[in-house]
Design a protein around this ligand. Structure first.
Ligand SMILES: [Zn+2]
Length: 166
């Protein structure tokens, strides 16, 4: 068996396939990162404009510690916006208490977010990002409340709250 595997490896490298095999074997945490978004900035610009915590979540797919975001307790009428580009993402009316420690919503505003498959951490999850700047916001799960049954589990640090003007 070992010989056969070795033979195949030799054959593969002889055919110039080694880089392809290595590439296929490399785990890709989030698929289709090559999408383009209306708001385009260099990594340096994002690093300059965002706080370190915002940068780690929005641009590096980090997750904030649960129960740390002040937005967990935000109950006023208004809109949750992307902390990267200001795009309105969620209305207060769709927010609910999920008990997870992250701000949770059962529906985003129309066309506000995009999703992609996230295979990091040995799980298959649906990643949620801002439709305008591609900034990572959180994940969506199908164990939410009516009427949608969806739970958009968001990082509070990736959003800003804009109270409704009365
Ligand atoms: Zn954005």
């Amino acid at each position: 068996m070992g010989e056969r595997r070795q033979f195949l490896a030799v054959l593969a490298s002889a055919c110039g396939l080694t880089p392809l095999i290595l590439w296929l074997a490399k785990p890709s945490p989030v698929e289709t990162m090559a999408e383009t978004f209306p708001v385009q900035k260099s990594d340096d610009d994002w690093r300059r404009e965002l706080t370190p915590d915002q940068y780690q979540v929005l641009r590096r797919h980090s997750t904030e510690r649960p129960f740390t975001s002040p937005l967990n307790h935000e109950k006023r009428d208004g809109t949750f916006q992307c902390a990267g580009c200001g795009r309105p993402l969620f209305d207060q009316e769709t927010k609910f208490e999920s008990g997870t420690g992250w701000p949770s919503f059962w529906r985003p505003l129309d066309h506000a977010v995009g999703t992609r498959i996230d295979r990091s951490l040995l799980m298959v999850r649906v990643e949620v990002h801002c439709a305008d700047c591609g900034g990572h916001l959180g994940h969506v799960f199908d164990d939410g409340p009516p009427p949608t049954g969806m739970r958009y589990c968001m990082n509070g640090v990736a959003m800003k709250f804009e109270p409704k003007q009365s």
